[in-house]
Write a protein of this length. Sequence first.
Length: 491
Amino acid sequence: MSSPPRVLFVTSEIAPWQKTGGLGDISAALPGALAQAGVDVRILVPAYPALTSAFPEAGVIAAIPPPGGRFPAGRLLAASTDAEVPLLLLDCPEYFARPGGPYQSPHRRDWPDNALRFGLLSRVAALLASDASPLSWRPDILHCNDWQSGLAPAYLHYLHPGAAAATVMTIHNLAFQGLFPAQRLADLGLPEEAFVFDGVEFHGQLSFLKAGLQFADRITTVSRTYAQEIQQAELGFGLDGLLRHRSADLTGILNGVEASWNPATDPLLAQRYDARHLADKAANRQALRRELGLEETAAWPLMAIVSRLTHQKGVDLVLAVAEELLAGPPGAQLAVLGTGEREFEAGFRMLAARHPGKVAAVIGFDERLAHRFEAGADIFLMPSRFEPCGLNQMYSLRYGTPPVVRATGGLADTVVDCTAQTLAAGSANGFAFGPADAASLLAAVRRAGDAWHRSKLWRRLQKNGMAADFSWDKAAADYADIYRTMHSAEA
Ligand code: ADP
């Protein structure tokens, strides 16, 4: 039997220490599940302050001399996650020891040197996969995630052409591409010949993500529907042609959900419950209403949003129909938890001010409150314009909180619209609509509101959703299959 594949999983965020969205959650969960599936996996992530303070005992295991371009020297520190996956922290205080988020200052401006910061992450990833690595552990597969590590396959191609490692590029969100001015090429230590159509060039700029898609051996994304959608102009963000060209190497693997998102064991809930004790969910609704200052009433369902407040997430559609949605028929309360574009934050704040007791807007990022929202809400709204996978609709399904979604990407792959047929088949678990417009959203929300008033039907929807298997083991098995195919192809 051949040895298990050695995989270096490269990421720019990892929960709970540094997270701006789904990638942080995935980086926290997938490597542990891969290790369980027999993969020898390590994680490479920048040593942000949150990580260096979480792992004060992390020791230096290698020095990284300046790897070309304008890059400074760095070091690798070694730590380990709770799941005992080794963590390699890329320590370069000049780049990563900063306040704010991984990509932005505390004033929410992109760091002006992001090309260099994540160029270094990519550069070091490629180095660790090459014969020039300072470590004796050498990956068979370099698994890159999103634009921040997208340049790694290009570095391997141009700077370490003989390297044995194969590369996987995972797209968590094609909208973020890491586009920088062409002049950055030399700073990044890439040769001039790289700035071509079948290299790192993209419409006169340098694109990290395109580089990854061009040079990686395999490409994955986080749902089957999204894998199809990104090959079309509408959601291809200019990369649909390249993705169609690479179609044979492109696979969609749905993300899993962490085991901690389970209403039967969740310590953050007012009352735990499962599919056989759904009546206990009501105590969570009551607690959430009290916490948010919402009226306690049996007249309307409580609808909830937990989201980045951005155009992608379709929150403008909710604002557009909010008055009609609240007034009914059938009427609703609305609770929102999110941060994002100021216009939408202000929109929800004003809506809450106009409807005290009926609308609550919590503008902020609060993971613990997100659990109470999922448990306390009756209906979850997620009208995304596009959604590579989406986690919140899966949390909602698990928490017996049927979601109303736009049928796109991972939402289309997880939410089964309630119709006579899907009810008869026992698969209906929520509400889905097609066109990304306010009228279609309103029609779907009304269907959900009507269904909520029919308690037997509602119970069936809840139970169908709670029965779904969104375990990481399933996703990890699919990634491990890809690694093994690549590994044996090389051997
Ligand atoms: P994306 O990665 O596009 O933001 P996902 O649904 O894939 O969307 O993942 C979002 C993750 O971030 C989920 O874990 C969700 O609960 C969380 N989240 C988003 N906004 C907030 C918020 N304001 N407070 C708490 N958690 C949030």
